[in-house]
Each structure stands twice: as structure tokens, then as C-alpha cells.
Design a binder for this molecule. Sequence first.
Ligand SMILES: [Zn+2]
Length: 270
Amino acid sequence: MPELPEVENTRQYLLRSGLAGRRLGAPEITWGKTVHEPSVGEFIEGVAGRCLTDLQRRGKYLIAPLDDDQFLVMHLGMTGSLRIHDARREPPPMVRHTFPLDDGREMRFIDPRKFGHLWLLPDPSGAMRKMGPEPLEPAFTVDLLASVLAGRKAPIKALLLEQSVIAGLGNLYADEALFLSGIHPERAANDLGEDETSALHAAIVRALSHSVAAYAAAREAEWPDPPIALSPWTIPRATDEPCPRCSGAMAMIRVRGRSSWHCPLCQPAR
Ligand SMILES: [Zn+2]
């Protein structure tokens, strides 16, 4: 599932492809359930002829302000990706939606499992539930992390996945941050000591920034077709690969239904 680094990679890719400033034609929507608001017909009519002025990100959402003060909001869901291609280029498989651009190219929303989302709204926050802090913004401090975790008895892994706690983390980067900070995924959030909260904060920032940088390098190396997914985490997600820190066996447990890879030696349950 695309998480913060993947969505940021998509944003950077689309901006470098020259999406900002382009005028959109009438989009072709082949799976109507992707459009949440307004109706599919109103969405197509509202997008057609509008100029995309910028592309921003909030958590895992991409937000494109249009020149009529509306916002095209996109979420890649489980398996979605966006590509800009010459319209004459054979479309890759699983293109569900096509946004023609005024320069002979088109933005293609590829979505094998059809879990992506689209909105056209006067206020982009209408697409999102309550969102926590952006972990790569300077405002995300150890104190802020401590305050969002304070009094929460839920397993730390489950809380890291809640977008209202921290925006943009998903299963993979949550596991990575817990591995880097040596914290067991089932530890109660309000049981973490100050040192652990501080280590977790550093690990979240480190895991995400490392990945964002890896995507930037891959974009440079593989332009114009950079990868949409890398595996830039250090935690092995398999039992036959040893822990890179202690060489012990990795383990997988389910925390609130989500697979959680960890090293039982480096991340003791207490
Ligand atoms: Zn270990």
C-alpha cells in the first residue's frame, strides 16, 4: 500500500513531469465507485477545462488545486499509481481513469484492485477524516508525539497506523519505525518511557526521510519511468531472513489484524 514516501514520490514525479499548469480535458472514468464526491457526471464536468495550479500532499492524499478554487483530491488506495504518458503510448494494464492534458499527454490512474479514491471538492479536508501531524514537518517534535500518545492504552503499532495520530504512516513504515527504535509492536502506547518515545520519534523521521531520499535517487536514475515502489526498510519481512541487528529469527504477529514483523530479541515484549 502506498504510504507517505510512495505518495510523496508520486507527487514529485508528477510535478517534475510538468503536471502543474496543465489544463485538463474531460477525464475518462471507467470505475465509477472511485469517485466519492460529487457524482461521476459532475466530477467529469467539473474537472474538464480546468487548469491544475499545483500538487500538494497531506498524509497519503494528493491535493491538486484547480483554477476555479475547487480541489481535485486523489488517494491511491491499496494498489494505485499515477503516470503521465504521451497519449499515443500504449496504456499499461489496469488503467481505470484517464485525465487528458492539453499538451498531448495524459495522466493515467492505474489501480489493479480498484481501491483508489477521487473527489472534486471546494475544500480538500472534506475528503479526509481528522488528520494527525505530518511526521516530516518541523512541527512534529518528540513532545508532540508524546502528547498524541498520552493516555492511549492501545498497542503502539495500532496507534501508528491511525491517520488521526500521525499522518502518512502505514503498515510497513510503522514496522520499520518500531524496529529501528527497538519497541515491541504490542507495547501499550502510554507505557512507553521518555527515552522510548524519543527513540520512536527519531525512528519515524529516519525511516520516512531515508525512504523519501531513496525514491529521489531512484527518480534521478530511472527518469522518465522511476519506480512506484521500493523496499527501503531494514526490517526483513520473512522468517528465513535473520534480524540485521542480532541475527536472530524474525517473527510475525497480528496486531489488531495487521501483520507486524519484529525481532523478539531486539524488540522485547517486556
Ligand atoms: Zn534482532
